[in-house]
Design a protein around this ligand. Structure first.
Ligand code: FES
Length: 155
C-alpha cells in the first residue's frame, strides 16, 4: 500500500512545510483519507512510516479526531447537526426524518457504500439552524421538503 505518484508528491510538499515530519500528521491523514477512502490499520502503518512515528502514534490521533474516517464511508456523507441551536429549531424531527429516508441509524453506512449518516455537534452555522453538511456543502433552514429535494439531487 502506498500513495499514487501525485499523492506522494503532495505528501512530500506537506511534510516539507513542517519543522518535524510528525507535525504533518493531520494533513497527511486527510490526504490519506482522500487517497484510500478511510484510515485502516494498514494506512496507519503507512502514514507512520512516512512520518517516522510508530503506528500507535497515528492510531492515537485517529481515535482523538473523529473528522477523519476510520472505516469506509458512503459516497454521500450526511452530517446532521444536533447542537443546541439546531435542537431549538427542531432538528430532532429532521434527524429522524433523514434517518428514516436513508434507512440508517446513527453512524451507519449503507451496504452499497452510497450513504453514511452521522449526527454531529455544532457545525458553526447556527444562524441557518437546523442544518447539515453533505460532503463539502452546507444546507441550512432544513425542512422535510428540503431533505427530499437534497436526496433527489444526490442519489
Ligand atoms: S448548533 Fe447546529 S450549527 Fe450550531
Amino acid at each position: 500500500m502506498e500513495f499514487c505518484k501525485a499523492a506522494k508528491t503532495e505528501c512530500d510538499k506537506i511534510i516539507a512545510k513542517y519543522p518535524e515530519k510528525r507535525a504533518a500528521m493531520l494533513p497527511v491523514l486527510y490526504l490519506a483519507e482522500k487517497e484510500f477512502g478511510h484510515i485502516s490499520p494498514e494506512v496507519e502503518k503507512y502514514v507512520g512510516k512516512l512520518l517516522d512515528v510508530p503506528p500507535v502514534k497515528v492510531h492515537e490521533v485517529m481515535t482523538f479526531y473523529t473528522l477523519i474516517a476510520a472505516k469506509p464511508r458512503g459516497k454521500y456523507h450526511f452530517q446532521i447537526c444536533r447542537g443546541l441551536s439546531c435542537d431549538l429549531k427542531g432538528c430532532v424531527k429532521i434527524i429522524d426524518y433523514l434517518s428514516e429516508k436513508l434507512g440508517l441509524s446513527s453512524d451507519e453506512t449503507s451496504d452499497d457504500l452510497m450513504y453514511t449518516f452521522t449526527p454531529v455537534e455544532c457545525l458553526a452555522a447556527c444562524e441557518t439552524a437546523p442544518m447539515m453538511q453533505l460532503n463539502e456543502d452546507y444546507y441550512g433552514n432544513l425542512t422535510k421538503e428540503k431533505i427530499d429535494d437534497i436526496l433527489k439531487e444526490n442519489s
